[in-house]
Ligand binder design. Structure first.
Ligand code: UT7
Length: 333
């Protein structure tokens, strides 16, 4: 799916994020599985990640992110009429994380549902919220992306354990006077889905009980896919919107592996300093990755009025997606 934004300008008017307190370093990981800080740094650029406490579930880390986004937008929870939570690790399949969050926030008017699109979930959810507002069905949407991937990892599998971390981010979407989203591109390839899967997590019975409930990943295949789609999806949305790559001020790729991200900037021809990188501190936080990176860019003063922001996510499904946005200063900033 590809499209240029039509109709009234719609933008992000509030942004918030939250990560658990517990920091897990590479050195500590090397006491759990056979690995080393040198190997992880060289192959991924990850130095440490955050890990949720045993008693914390997704809604516990998503709630502070959502509250921060609402506060920045100056929006009361009761005025939210759409709440989408992109995650592959809801507290449980139902009640959905979004329904629980709407209740905890005090947003009884909100249509609330979870969205499953792997690490691309946040971008998919942005597009849905945009579409609902553009169609006049929603006035104010809260989009949350977050995961507690540490809960679904096999802690004896070094190939996945080193990559992932926990975190959440949230944004408020509303109509604005100018700027906002310019266009989107979304895609999926279920044929490649086997390379990143969670066996035993649904109605498909799995014979090998030991494989159940943990992330299985063919790292090399996902690497090839990721390097390809980060480039093709970004080019597609830029072409669709008639925008040159040189106009991109802030590039926010999914924070999966610094080698994948470096490949993308080189191929696209985006100066590296325009790319947001925080994978070193958080690892791959799945649906939390792009909002956490946006929050870092905002904190660094890189997200100012009129800046052109390119976001591209990719992940399980396999899925990918890009959004192009002319940044508007949050109202309460
Ligand atoms: O949201 C999307 C989520 N997933 C991704 O983005 C993952 C994409 N893939 C990757 O990031 C990389 O493929 C990995 C970081 C997972 C692996 O890096 P790689 O450079 O592709 O390593 P490799 O799998 O080709 O393994 C190279 C060597 C192997 O040893 P031999 O066979 O060459 O002797 C592995 O056994 O490194 C070994 N190895 C490790 N060594 C130390 C694999 N994992 C580790 C480890 N520590 N954690």
């Amino acid at each position: 799916m590809i499209g240029k934004a039509q109709g009234p300008p719609i933008s992000i008017t509030g942004l918030g994020c939250h990560v658990p307190d517990r920091v897990l370093t590479n050195d500590e990981l090397s006491t759990i599985v056979e690995t080393s800080d040198e190997w992880i740094m060289e192959r991924t650029g990850i130095r440490e990640r955050r890990i949720a406490a045993p008693e914390e579930a997704l809604t516990d880390i998503a709630l502070p992110a959502a509250r921060a986004a609402l506060a920045q937008a100056g929006v009361e929870p009761r005025d939210i009429d759409l709440l989408i939570c992109a995650t592959v690790t809801p507290d449980m399949m139902f009640p959905t994380a979004s329904a629980l969050l709407a209740d905890e926030l005090g947003a009884p008017r909100a249509a609330a549902y979870d969205l499953l699109a792997g690490c691309t979930g946040f971008v998919y959810a942005l597009v849905q919220a945009y579409g609902m507002i553009a169609a006049g069905l929603s006035e104010r949407a809260l989009v949350i992306g977050g995961d507690i991937l540490s809960r679904i990892l096999d802690w004896s599998d070094r190939s996945t354990l080193i990559l992932f971390g926990d975190g959440a981010g949230a944004v408020v979407l509303e109509k604005v006077d100018h700027g906002g989203f310019l266009g989107f591109e979304l895609g999926a390839d279920g044929g490649g889905g086997i390379h990143l899967s969670l066996p035993g997590s649904g109605s498909r019975r799995i014979e090998d009980a030991s494989a159940n409930g943990y992330v299985h990943m063919n790292g090399r295949e996902v690497f090839k896919f990721a390097t390809r789609v980060l480039v093709s999806s970004a080019r597609a949305v830029l072409d669709e919107c008639g925008v040159g790559v040189e106009d991109v001020d802030v590039y926010v790729p999914h924070q999966a592996n610094v080698r994948i991200m470096d490949h993308a900037v080189q191929k696209l021809g985006i100066p590296r300093e325009r790319m947001v990188v925080n994978v070193d501190r958080y690892g791959n936080t799945s649906s939390g990755s792009i909002p956490l990176a946006l929050a870092d860019a905002a904190a660094d003063g890189r997200l100012t009025e009129g800046k052109l922001v390119l976001m591209t996510g990719m992940g399980a499904g396999l899925t990918w997606g890009s959004a192009l946005l002319r940044w508007t200063e949050p109202k309460a900033a």
